[in-house]
Design a protein around this ligand. Structure first.
Ligand SMILES: Cc1ncc(COP(=O)(O)O)c(C=O)c1O
Length: 347
């Protein structure tokens, strides 16, 4: 697979911005028009806020690399995995010419990012088990197809994508496969980050927003071949990750046991919610979940959704994507009980 041949010419020819902190992180720093006197802020633990952060996220990538057991050169940090997805689309897809294939129903941002960048999207449907059909996708692909988006576990359906299908696509598709593992920590399965050496066209995106409980810090990352990671670093905004976020993520990585406990607790609550929802005859179907949300089917979902909102319970109406379905995130035991009580009342 020749990755370079897939990259937009303007990106290949781009002379990247050389940022001050990309060259020097210490010394008498008079190169970036910062405020050498300090910061107009009190009582924060984060040091040297008057200085721009490291554009190459060296410390963060080192610690993440130790945690993931993946080389630092294979990791790029983004402002959420959403930023990584946007950068990948901009690296590989020529506006108004190239296209991306999005097996639906899935996470809505893939299409939005493509629409913003004027990239055509080819819609294919996941099958009745919410798995992609490799043959259908490959038949749909044309010479301008550059990216296939696969979300595993898939949002909003909650199931893992069969890795064998992903490998088949990676072998046969002459473009990039983005495997979005935002929810992989909740699944009884291994991540595909170990596959990037064998399949240089697979990019795995992951996030600290879900299992790690750091959605407010805005931090996600890509794991991919060094060639793709270098391209991401070439085009991203120089100082995308701020020092507060960096500090929060370094702290969390030292504390990964807490994330493991969250995952355990959430899986327990997921089981409780699944069982309880399944016990109500008005709920037609509860889809099995490998993530931290559950998709379920009922009659008149819009009405159920509105009535729950009126009671202060906010879930997600996904009936436009999966017929008659609502999606609920797994909450704390108390939140889940409130939700169940109000939902059963409404039904
Ligand atoms: C499948 C999927 N990917 C990515 C994201 C965005 O993650 P981040 O917060 O890292 O941008 C979400 C958020 O809900 C998601 O559901």
């Amino acid at each position: 697979m020749n990755i370079e041949s897939l990259v937009r010419k303007n990106i290949l020819n781009l002379k990247p911005y050389t940022s001050a902190r990309g060259s020097h992180l210490s010394g008498i720093l008079l190169d970036a028009n910062e405020n050498s006197f300090g910061s107009a802020i009190d009582d924060v633990k984060v040091k040297a806020l008057n200085r721009y952060p490291d554009p190459f996220h060296n410390e963060l990538r080192e610690k993440l690399s130790e945690y993931l057991k993946v080389n630092k050169e294979n990791i790029c940090i983004g402002v959420g995995s959403d930023e990584i997805i946007d950068l990948l689309v901009r690296i590989f897809c020529e506006p108004k010419i190239d296209n991306a294939i999005i097996p639906e129903p899935t996470y809505g941002m893939y299409k939005v990012v493509c629409d913003i960048n004027e990239i055509n999207t080819l819609n294919v449907q996941l099958n009745s088990s919410f798995q992609p059909e490799a043959e259908t996708i490959l038949n749909k692909a044309d010479e301008n197809s550059k990216i296939i988006f696969l979300c595993s576990p898939n949002n909003p359906t909650g199931n893992l994508i069969n890795p064998e299908i992903i490998y088949e696509l990676a072998k046969k598709f002459k473009g990039i496969i983005i495997v979005d593992e935002a929810y992989i920590e909740f699944a009884e399965s291994h991540s595909l980050i170990g596959s990037i050496n064998e399949f240089p066209n697979i990019v795995v995106t992951r996030t600290f927003s879900k299992a790690w409980g750091l959605a407010g810090a805005r931090c996600g990352y890509a794991v991919a071949s060094k060639e793709i990671i270098d391209l991401l670093y070439k085009i991203k905004m120089p100082y995308n990750i701020n020092k507060f976020t960096s500090e929060a993520i370094l702290n969390a990585l030292k504390n990964s046991g807490k994330k493991d406990k969250f995952v355990e607790e959430i899986k327990k609550e997921r089981e409780y919610l699944t069982q309880t929802l399944s016990s109500n005859a008005k709920i037609k179907k509860v889809y099995p979940s490998e993530s931290n949300y559950i998709l379920f089917e009922c009659e008149d979902p819009k009405n159920v959704y509105d009535k729950l909102i009126a009671k202060g319970i906010v879930i997600r109406d996904r009936s436009a994507q999966v017929k008659n379905c609502l999606r609920v995130s797994v909450g704390t035991h108390e939140e889940n009980d409130r939700f169940i009580k109000e939902l059963f009342g409404v039904l």
